[in-house]
Design a protein around this ligand. Structure first.
Ligand SMILES: [Zn+2]
Length: 288
């Protein structure tokens, strides 16, 4: 009866470990998304900045063009006035003003040429960035879609583990569950551990006193490890059987090895021509 209780706790822990694993898998996607998108994001930001700069340059170009137009109109008016001056003083004044307008016009025109050249280069650059970005998106988009699908799978897996847990704890003893959850609340993932064959806690390997060990194996009460605080459980019969089989196999291998070593030793002793066992002598006779 109580053994079943421990089995339930272990099963719950097994489930919780799978939930943790699934949560970890899901959060592992975050850096993968960032990494997949990174180069495209860098290009996008560059394209954005270039586009803004281009817009500013075109505004400036428009302002310059208007200024050039206005100065050309003034130049034309002054040229006309120069043809109808009434005296030298007036002519000198109009000429001086015309000269000034022409110089300003030259500066504006030079600035406009430089700006137009810059605009052309920036447009070329933007075209290149946009093209690279489009290529990058062709690579990134399927990669992202793949990651999204993989993450959705992982989330589905997590949801199914979580609903399985919900069903499972519904059938568990409430106080036991509280103890288990309490141990895990501190961020620990292990709350139940089997006693080892040597009678130690399977989590921290602190030796459990014999009396306590018997109580654990008997399984009447929930006993916590004095070393690490996990709930101690009797190992599953299958695990015990598997460990016993493993131990038997180990003993068998050791026995065979010991026998082989003994035979070798006897053989060596014989080769050294010291007092050899009769048995070995017989063997040697047989070999000849
Ligand atoms: Zn322990």
């Amino acid at each position: 009866m109580t053994e079943q209780r421990h089995t339930a706790l272990k099963e719950l822990q097994h489930l919780d470990l799978r939930i943790l694993e699934a949560q970890q898998r899901i959060s592992d996607f975050d850096p993968r998304f960032v990494e997949a998108e990174e180069s495209a994001l860098v290009l996008e930001s560059e394209a954005e900045k270039t586009r803004t700069r281009l817009k500013e340059m075109k505004l400036e170009e428009r302002r310059l063009v208007a200024s050039v137009d206005e100065k050309r109109a003034r130049e034309k008016r002054l040229d006309e006035r120069l043809g109808s001056v009434r005296n030298l003083r007036e002519e000198a004044a109009v000429s001086a003003e015309l000269e000034m307008v022409k110089r300003a016009l030259q500066v504006d025109e030079q600035e406009a040429y430089t700006l137009i050249d810059q605009i052309r280069k920036t447009e070329e650059r933007l075209g290149e960035v946009d093209e690279t970005l489009a290529q990058e998106r062709d690579v990134v988009e399927p990669k992202m879609a793949e990651l999204i699908a993989e993450r959705a799978d992982a989330q589905k897996g997590l949801a199914s583990f979580e609903s399985e847990r919900e069903r499972f704890v519904g059938s568990m003893d409430a106080s036991e569950l509280r103890l288990y959850d309490g141990i895990r609340r501190g961020g620990r993932s292990i709350a139940v551990a089997d006693l080892t064959q040597d009678g130690a806690c399977g989590h921290c390997f602190v030796l459990v006193p014999l009396q306590v060990r018997n109580e654990v194996l008997h399984g009447d009460v929930l006993i916590r490890c004095e070393g690490c605080g996990v709930i101690l459980a009797a190992p599953d019969p299958e695990a015990v059987a598997a460990a016993a089989a493993e131990e038997a196999a180990r003993v068998e291998v050791a026995k065979v090895a010991a026998e082989a070593a003994a035979t070798d030793e006897a053989y060596d002793a014989n080769a050294d021509d010291t007092a050899a066992p009769e048995e070995t002598n017989d063997e040697d006779t047989g070999d000849e």
